[in-house]
Design a protein around this ligand. Sequence first.
Ligand code: ADP
Ligand code: ASP
Ligand code: MG
Length: 400
Amino acid sequence: MLVVQKYGGTSVGTLERIEEVAKRVSKAKASGNDVIVVVSAMSGETNKLVSYAEHFSKTPQSREMDMLLSSGERVTSSLLAIALSAMGFPAVAMSGRQAGIKTDKFHTKARIESIDRLCIEKELNGGNIVIVAGFQGVTELGEVSTLGRGGSDLSAVAIAGALDADLCEIYTDVDGVYTTDPRIEPKAKKLDKISYDEMLELASLGAKVLQTRSVEMAKKLNVNLVTRSSFNDNEGTMITKEENIMEQPVVSGVALDKNQARVTLRKVVDKPGIAAIIFRKLADENINVDMIIQNVGHDGTTNLGFTVPQNELERTRAAMEEINASQTVEYDSDVVKVSIVGVGMKSHSGVACTAFDTLSKEGINLEMISTSEIKVSMVIAAKYGELAVRALHDAYELDK
Ligand code: ADP
Ligand code: ASP
Ligand code: MG
């Protein structure tokens, strides 16, 4: 078998942990598998590097950020290779470039365009365990790029897809995917299986146990994906096709996204084309706009609200100042988005009402709402975020 194993920040957070990971990897190799390992930076390392950059500038150049941030993963990949070799298991560490991972040119959130499978295969054929530094690639111009926060998951899935691996295991600090973040709701239950689509929603709505784009890629390339803990041998959660899951609950999970900020443009001129100008500008700046709300206009003006990731708020502010589309713009980063997800919602009515009822009973005001076939999202004041998660988890009886 060809197995890809990815280890997240906490899993390689100390030298002792790297040693533990080396043992686990060596077991997979010793039982006859070809093994590719993808590693994150040691936990806290990427944040530390970001804070170093922000010491000098609130809007550091994204090219330089990639040079900086990609270094964390190179440290762990080489340490793990050294640890494995010392245990008698030949291993080579590779940067994204050396592993043949080509991306587009959008620094700090580059997309993988191709992977030259020969780069890794050559080393596997030589009998080596291959350790790839996650979260990074190289642009057409040969510049180092990174894949967005949490991007080592994507590296692992993309490599598993490109090399037709039999299995891609994402090792982290929880046993698998739970009905909600077990750090917020200790009564959360581990799911044995979850569909790609539900996982995609949960991830994009804040459940960072898997990075959104890694799930997208796994679905597209049909990668056998499992998340499990690197701290024990418990069975993890399989992320799989919907038809492989017998019974679909109406709601399968609750997610909380704290990386949210709301922007409100007041007294925008109410004429055709104005929304296009605003959102074109944001798209050009590669800013991810999420919910959008426009009020019914009067006096020839209207109010327009939308949300963006909190870490893109400064760039949003700069963009709004440039186009100057309204008299006043308000920025509020004291909000979070809480969501319920479930494919069973497609065939049930009244699911959203239960969510609204539940939050109103807790005295929580809904500032924005958006729904799709399989999710309901609500923007609320940040201080109620965790309370809302627990209340919704109870309301849909997810602990049962
Ligand atoms: P890694 O460093 O291994 O990539 P992350 O911190 O990115 O790990 O993701 C794991 C964390 O995701 C867990 O510690 C947990 O707090 C959080 N999490 C959020 N939602 C969920 C969920 N539904 N199921 C499991 N973990 C979740
Ligand atoms: N080290 C990067 C981050 O913290 C990538 C990853 O851990 O997946 O976002
Ligand atoms: Mg992660």
